[in-house]
Design a binder for this molecule. Structure first.
Ligand code: MG
Length: 295
């Protein structure tokens, strides 16, 4: 088995002062990690070049997860707007905020498939957790994962049987979709695992089953590397599972860990959002979407 961490790699704290850090993404043109501090309603950015942490906005509409679309635009989940939005500079366009005439709950995390469709989870943390958005009702009565086609405007539920869908990512060939179930966070004895679905016809998620259980807390955000390994957050740090669900590596992080992404000029630095702080560690691999997004 190849070593997943660079020889001598050590966890480094590079930024702090947040309350609940989430939703990191690498912005190559800024050599920076952009992420959310949901509970202070801020968006933060760590510059690799200067080592400085700056506040992009303190009126962030409680953004959570983010990614890049095929054109390199930022796609963000907003708890407060109950929407998925596109951000170009300071201009924000709501892409989708309702399904069949009722509002979404609070989009949490988002990925863009190679066909340009936007897949996002819609648990209820932003309408049911204090400080993460505004109180509200589950207007469609459940918590689903949706597929949105920005070309046609079509929004369809893609996964309806994960209790509290949170992080999500496709396998390198997009034949599988992984979805975190973080429901045990607020509902004891329920889900604390990553589920996996087969993708049929490029658009249907079928035959969901448990991929890996997280023993310390819950999985929140995660990424899949070029070999198909799943790098997931947990309360005690980061755990890496092979495509068959075998635990390959664990990285202890001293704060409850919510999300992670690959970054740096070569894509091999793992950035980790964990409660108050942003951490990083050098790896030997990168995100399976790296070539598509950053080449
Ligand atoms: Mg999340």
């Amino acid at each position: 088995m190849a070593t997943l961490l660079e020889s001598g790699a050590a966890l480094e704290k590079v930024g702090t002062g947040a309350v609940w850090s989430e939703g990191p993404v690498w912005l190559a043109d800024r050599s920076a990690i952009r992420y959310s501090d949901i509970r202070t309603n801020r968006i933060l950015e760590f510059s690799e070049q200067t080592g400085e942490l700056s506040v992009i906005t303190d009126e962030a509409n409680n953004t959570n997860g983010r990614t890049l679309d095929l054109e390199g635009n930022l796609i963000e989940c907003s708890h407060r707007l109950r929407a998925v939005q596109k951000r170009v500079g300071d201009d924000i366009t709501v892409l989708v905020d309702s399904w069949q005439g009722v509002r979404l709950n609070s989009p949490n995390d988002v990925v863009v498939k190679s066909d340009g469709t936007i897949w996002f989870t819609d648990p209820a943390y932003g309408i049911e957790s204090p400080d993460e958005g505004l109180p509200g009702e589950r207007e469609y009565g459940d918590r689903w994962l949706f597929r949105f086609d920005p070309a046609s405007g079509e929004l369809r539920p893609a996964v309806t049987d994960t209790r509290a869908p949170n992080g999500l990512a496709f396998s390198p060939d997009e034949s599988r979709l992984y979805v975190a179930d973080s429901s045990t966070e607020n509902e004891p004895d329920s889900g604390h695992h990553i589920r996996v679905y087969d993708i049929v016809d490029g658009r249907l998620a079928k035959d969901g089953r448990i991929f890996a259980a997280i023993e310390h807390g819950v999985p929140d955000g995660f990424r899949v590397d070029v070999d198909g390994n799943v790098w997931t957050s947990a309360h005690d740090g980061v755990h890496v599972f092979s495509p068959s669900g075998e635990l390959l590596e664990s990285i202890a992080v001293p704060e409850v860990t919510a999300n992670l992404c690959f970054g740096g000029p070569d894509g091999r630095t793992l950035y980790i959002t964990a409660s108050t702080s942003l951490y990083r560690i050098r790896t030997t691999t990168t995100d399976c979407t790296w070539g598509r997004l950053h080449s």
